[in-house]
Design a protein around this ligand. Sequence first.
Ligand code: HPA
Ligand SMILES: [Zn+2]
Length: 348
Amino acid sequence: MSRMDQFLAQLPKVELHLHIEGTLEPEMMFALAERNGIALPYRSPEALREAYQFDNLQSFLDLYYQGAAVLRTRDDFYDLAMAYFKRCDQEQILHYEIMFDPQTHLNRGVRMNTMMEGLVGAQQDAQRHYGASSNLILSLLRHLPEEDGIAALEQAKPWQHLINAIGLDSSERGNPPSKFKRAFELADSYGWHRVAHAGEEGPADYIWEALRDLQVRRIDHGVRCQEDAQLVEYLIHHQVPLTVCPLSNVRLGVYNDLRQHNLKQLLELGLCVTLNSDDPAYFGGYLTTNMLAVQNALKLSETQWIQLTTNAINASFAPVERKMALKQRLTSAVVNYHLGPTSQVAGA
Ligand code: HPA
Ligand SMILES: [Zn+2]
């Protein structure tokens, strides 16, 4: 490991764009399929992993929704989330905001209570065991009608205090943000924040729409913003956070190669860029792996890495005291790293 890689491994981290269904590793998919008596159309976890060759977003989504069908019980959701939280502890990810897609599960007979009990139970245990903080983002599937999304929101009403934000994901092209104006207004009445995927495969116009019609606080992905100079100006001026997911973009063909990715450019233009893993079980790695791959391809400075993490802390929906504590953890970790192992500053 190079010195820079060691620096990245030990750096305190925050993750803001993570689909919990996208952390379902093939081994766990097989274990849950067996536990629930479900047959999978693959011989082994290895055979499944070999099928993860995607041409675009839709070819990924087809496998991703198929895989999520093994999730049935409270314990399935708990075990899924807990495996990711444990991983976060190993990677110094101290705060995470995880999306889940209730419609994927409701539409095959899994109840909202089942999902929520599993996810919230795991969040509470992660806080207790690891001292980590987390938020839940209920994400609507944009390929389905708005009414279906509104029905899911109505089922989530009893849980509204344990959910932090509404999101929007799935097939972007042909499903513009404006389709979900009423659903986002309902989420607003629950007191939730608003985020949406936009400008991943879809055009820069969808980013404008998400800002204007859905009043989002963050844009998930957003890398296609550079197709509109005025939009870039707006994003810089208002410091709208972008949750960028480099390995996801390469795996889904948004960029052919990580060296062509615009993450560093966007950062240097002054946008509030954050780095995230999206669906790590499908795209070749968790947050640290994304960071190491970006470092290898784009060579960021230590200051730029600290900026990315600071951006993520600022862009998070954590309470202000937690944000201050996270910034302190970041500062002490950087200082300690430079002082070396013999003279540690307290709090790191
Ligand atoms: O990157 C994504 N884009 C859209 N929908 C998704 N659902 C999981 N990951 C994604
Ligand atoms: Zn995503």
